[in-house]
Structures are given as structure tokens and as C-alpha cells.
Design a protein around this ligand. Sequence first.
Ligand SMILES: *Cc1c(COP(=O)(O)O)cnc(C)c1O
Length: 377
Amino acid sequence: MKKIQMVDLKSQYDKIATTVNASIQEVLDTNAYINGPQVHQFQKSLEDYLGVKHVIPCANGTDALQIAMMGLGLQPGDEVITADFTFAATVEVIALLQLTPVLVDVDRNNMNISLDGIRKAITPKTKAIVPVHLFGRSANMDAIMAIAKEYNLYVIEDNAQAIGADYTNKNGEKVKVGTIGHVGATSFFPSKNLGCYGDGGAIFTNDDALAHTLRGIVNHGMYERYHHDVVGVNSRLDSIQAGVLNAKLPHLDTYNKARQEAARKYSVALGIHPDIWVPTICESCDCHVFHQYVIRITNGKRDGLLAHLQSKAIPCAIYYPIPLHRQKAYADVRYQEQDFPVTNQLCEEVIALPMHTELEDEQVQFISESILEFLSK
Ligand SMILES: *Cc1c(COP(=O)(O)O)cnc(C)c1O
């Protein structure tokens, strides 16, 4: 059996090396390292793939979130609601812009932001909601958009973990997540579902005026060369990374299918154990693209299991071990422990298993058996 890895970018690269190398070589040959034709081509291809009017490439997913918030004109003191259970980048940019982060609990069944939590957190100062499609699973966008409409709020989707996932809306139409809110942000960090070989990110929107604003912000606030109309940032996707993404985008659906297939095998093997919660596998849609395959160990043996798997050279990880409301940087007197029962519980119970596009059946089987073996001791 091949050595098990949390993410196996090398085996994935080996299969597409010829196209990736040619793509990179093309950039080297043309010397257009910044804003070369590869960047424009990637922008167009991603707009087509997502079915969205505007893609604005930028330097990374954290920038994408920050620029999205700048583009919406959010002002210091405005309250922005997001999930307590997510990667820190989501709340970091809110705080950096001197907006007020308002963390709310998540839903036990899909680990995404709680709709009740959102409603309870709304005040006259609330300006936006940032749902995170955590681990690759789309949040309940119909409900979130309905709340946003009722209270006149912006919705900024953090789509760093769910590119390619579909959301089936109330009309039965399938739409790509990240394109449903006023603006969406994603990351092309190497281990993400669509990863480049360095840092990269993008912002999506169907709003022409907002797209125009965002294109200026990513480029020092310039709409005309050396005319700085707004305070911007320098956030570019470089041409080499765009070249890599051009080579990889055509494989995204196949990659996501491979993740779903591995997830299905894990869930079938592990779902039989009473102390393991496994994510539901949806047969008829692509609402979950398994950026991570995260299970919950409900009998208090999570940390023991982690050590056991590591002793068998099975890598695994805890996403996320500490709720954001308890992080020094984001703690706030307003937060009460009893407001976050689910996040607190998840931080004690979750464990992420190896998940990538190159997982082999015998690896999934070995990992699953090792888990069951430990829990039956
Ligand atoms: C990865 C990630 C980001 C940040 O992306 P970078 O490209 O690393 O800056 C933001 N939000 C979530 C949920 C992420 O997983």
C-alpha cells in the first residue's frame, strides 16, 4: 500500500505534469509574469465554469474576503455575523477592517452557520453575514438569503473550501456555491479543491458595479493608470499560478468526484459504529465536495484515536481545535459559553481523515479498519 498522506499533491501532479509544465513554460516564454494572458484566460474559464458574471482574481483567499468587504463599503463599527467554527481568516479580515465580528454557533448536522444563531445576533448595526461552506458542504443559502433580504444585509460567501459544489435552490435549480450571495470569495491554496502551486484567490459577483469597484481595489484603487480613486491594496494572481489553474480547472469536477467517492467509502465503513458520526452522502446532488472528510467521535475517545492513528502512520488533523470565540485575538465580553454549545462540542469531537483526489480503496479501508479496531477495544 502506498504511504498514506493527508493530502497527496505529488501523485496528482504526476498525472497532469505535461499540461502543467507546458502552461508554466508558456509564461516563462512570454515573460508576462503579472497580468499575463493566462490570468485573463483563467478568469474567463472560471466565469464560465461557475456561471457567474465576474471573477476577479487576487493573491489569496484571505485577501479575497477582505477585498469583498472593502468593495461593499462596510464601515468601522458595522457588525458582520459569521460562524464560530471556521478557519480564522474569515474573522481576521472583519477585525482588520475595524468592522465588528459577531460570532454565532453552528448547526450540529452540517457544521455550517446556525440560522437561529444568525437571527438572534442581528442588531440595527448588522450589515453583513459571512456563511462559510465548511469542509466543502454548501450552507443553507435560500434561508440565509431570505434573512439577508428581510434585514437588508449583504451576504459574503466564504467559498475557500467548496469550489465546484452545487446548491439546489428553492426553485430546484442547481447553482454553484460562491455565486449566490452578493459576493463570494475563494482560495487556490495548494491543498484546496482547486489549488495552484503557491498562493492564489478570487472574488465572484454578478453585480457589474461591484465588480468594477473590486477590480480597482485589487490594483491600488486605480481605475485609470496613476489615478487612485479609492484606497486599495496590491493583490494579484500571478501568471504562473494562473497557468497552473488553467491546467487544473478542467479536472475540478473529476477531482471533486474522487473526493466524494472516497467520502462515500469512509461513511459506509464507519457509519455502522454507534460512537462515530459520519457526514451524510447525498446521492442526487453535489452539495458537498469534501474539502475535508470530518467525522465526530462521540464517546470521548477522539484524542486517543488521534494518537492511535498517528502511531500507525495514518495522518489526521483536528479542524478546528479551539472555537474562535475563545481565541485571544477574537474573545469578547459579549460571548457567553452557553451561546456556543455546538462549536464547543465539535472542537472536542471532530477529526479529519486523509482526503484528497488520489486516495486508494485499500487506503480508505485500512484507515477505516484502524479506526474501528481502536474504538472496539
Ligand atoms: C483557506 C481558507 C481561507 C483563506 O485562504 P488563503 O488563500 O489561505 O488566504 C479562508 N477561509 C477558509 C474557510 C479557508 O479554508
